[in-house]
Each structure stands twice: as structure tokens, then as C-alpha cells.
Ligand binder design. Sequence first.
Ligand code: HGY
Ligand code: MN
Ligand code: MN
Ligand code: MN
Length: 410
Amino acid sequence: MTADLTIDLDRLMGRIAALGRIGALPGGGCKRLALTPEDAEGRALVTGWFRDLGLDVHTDVIGNCWAIRPGRSSGAPVVMGSHIDTVATGGLYDGVLGVLGGLEVIESAIQAGIETERPLAVAFFTNEEGARFAPDMMGSGVAQGGLDLDEILAKVGIDGVSVAEALAAIGAAGSHPVGALAPDTYLELHIEQGPVLEAEGLAIGVVTGVQGISWTEITVEGQAAHAGTTPMALRHDAGLVAARIAAEARAIADAFGPPQVATVGRIALTPDLVNVIPERAVLTVDLRNADEARLQAAEARLFAQAEAFAAAEGCRLSRRTLARFEPVAFDATLVDAVEAGAAALGLTHRRMPSGAGHDAQMFAPRCPSAMIFVPSQDGISHNIREYTAPEEIAPGVRLLAQVALARAGR
Ligand code: HGY
Ligand code: MN
Ligand code: MN
Ligand code: MN
């Protein structure tokens, strides 16, 4: 451990609480959907902290923001990043911990008079969640060249607004071009958002990679008709087809077994009335697997079955991909460094894959990237009950400091 560096846990928790008050929900948690006024307010608060520390703050054309503390040399920075946008039922820690934890590492290093060879940077990326605009990891995907900027700017969200319009509405775009942030190393501290670390009583997850993600929107067109007068054999019930697709998604996960997961997060029926057979159903299916071939097999089965259900009901079916990312493995040397750092700090730890998507998976193909997990209480996230205790956060930040400062060269 960088023994001469002391993390100010109260300062960090105070900032997490302050950011959590932006978009605060009545029952706890917060809602800062990407590129909304709440997101803008969060961005202003966090970049204010960056500037107060005297960091060089930069923003690119899609609103990714990074803040640099110069090193002795002017090489590519060691970047500690994540996101500050949330889902609609968000908690205080998803993404935020990686950004404010990175800020805490830099501020503690400055206060300890620690200089580094490489610059250190802390960053947040636009629309990691993908809840308002698909795909997720949007800003980091554009920044690293995996997603095309013009295509992304034209994407229309669930509220009918395009990314370009939303960016303009909150003035989040900056002058730096795509690719302006080219890290030497990318590190992300994040809550696990799952049950493993808590169940095993471990302090740290040494993340080996991120599973593949497939998001599809399926539209079923049937025929509206009277719920009372229409014989079952004469119906074209789009709602029934949607329900069968949702059941099939679950059957695929059960048949494939872990780590395959399947989620139908959205189902909208039209006209959505008790006594009218639905003429239209729009649903989303989120499939994930750590193995690309298995993920493709899951997609193939889902799409084939969806077509069969629609045909059997005399309905038309169309679908469009909302997001598709292959599994990534993190840099083996960097993962080893995270693991060795955890051991050196005397932290209980284990290697594990990430079930959730993260900005780190966008950087992994282009620079050594790795993640550090800390436990999630009850394994809950994307839920206002999301919680990680300060004494569980501290080890993650200390480990982030250890690895980042070593990579930056003291
Ligand atoms: O969907 C995900 O895994 C991430 O939270 N965007
Ligand atoms: Mn600049
Ligand atoms: Mn996240
Ligand atoms: Mn999330």
C-alpha cells in the first residue's frame, strides 16, 4: 500500500451523499437518467470538485469528461473512471463510486505530496446505463471508437428525444474529438451489484472480464378486437405472443444454465385496455453470457421461437438490436496487479467475472483495463435499496490507489 497516502473516507462519503441528493427519489435512491437536467446538475457538481482540485478538465463531443493531474512526464494518463448517470430506480453507488473514488485517490495523493511519472486522471462517461438511450456504455463506446458518433447522436430514446437533442438541451458536449482520451491504463472501482462477495464474506472482487450483452426490441403486430365477442381461434393477440416470448427467454436461461441470464424489462401493449385484445406489443429482451457462442445460440433460439409464436397467432413480428457487446477479458498483467495489491493490503478477495456491463469493457480492447469490486448489500443494485457500507468502500479505494499509483509510476 502506498503507506504515505491516507484516504479521507468522510470526504468521499460526503461527496457520494451530495451527488445522491441530485435526483433524489422520495423513498431513497436517485434518478439521474442520462442527459436529463438531473444529469446536468450532477455533472456540474462533479466537475466543480475536479476544478476545485486544480485538475485540467476536458469534455469531448458526446459529453465524456475527464480531469487530469499532470505527472512528471506528459505521457498517456492512468485513468480511473466510471459513470454518474443512473437508471430510474438508481442507488447512490453504481458508477458514482468509481468516479468519486478516483477523485479521492488523486486528492489524497496531492495532499500526501505524491507525484507520479504519468498523469493521473479521473473520468465519467456519458450514458453508461443505456436506460434512456440504448445502447449502454454509449459515451465510452464512442470515445474508444467502438460506436459511431453520428449513429449514436441520431439515436432516439424512450421519451422520443434524440441523443443530439438531449446533449444540446443540457449543453453537455465539449470540444474534444472522439478518441481525445487515450489512457495508458484504465481502472474502474465499482460495486459488485450481485450477491457473491457478500455471500462469501470477501472484501474485494478482482474482476477478470465482462460478459457479453444482447439487447433486442421486439415489436408484434396483431389485431385489436373485442375481448368478449372474439372466439379464441380467431384472435391475433399481440399480447399473448409477447407473453410467450417472455416465457421463452426464461426457458432459455433455465436450459442454458449459469451464467446465461435473460430479462424482459419492458413490455408495452396497445391499446392497453382491459377489454381489448392487444393489437401491438413492444418488448425488450436482455440476454447475457460470458461465452459468445452461447450468447449467439441463445439469441438464435429466442428469435426463432418468437417468429414461431407470432406465426401461430397470425401476427407480424419485427425486431431491432438495441445493444450488442461481446464478452471481454481484462488485461492479465493488470488483473494480476489488482490481485497482488489486494493481497499486499491483506484484503480478502477472489477473481470473478462481471455480470453487469461497465465502461471498462469499452476500454479493454484498446488499453490495459481492469476493475475492482466491493460488496453490494443483499446483492441488490438498480434498486433504491442499493447499499455498500463505508467500511466496505474504503478497501476498494485503497486498492484503487495502490494499483493506479503503481501504474503511474511514483
Ligand atoms: O446494463 C448494464 O449492465 C449496465 O448497468 N449498463
Ligand atoms: Mn480541453
Ligand atoms: Mn455501473
Ligand atoms: Mn448500472
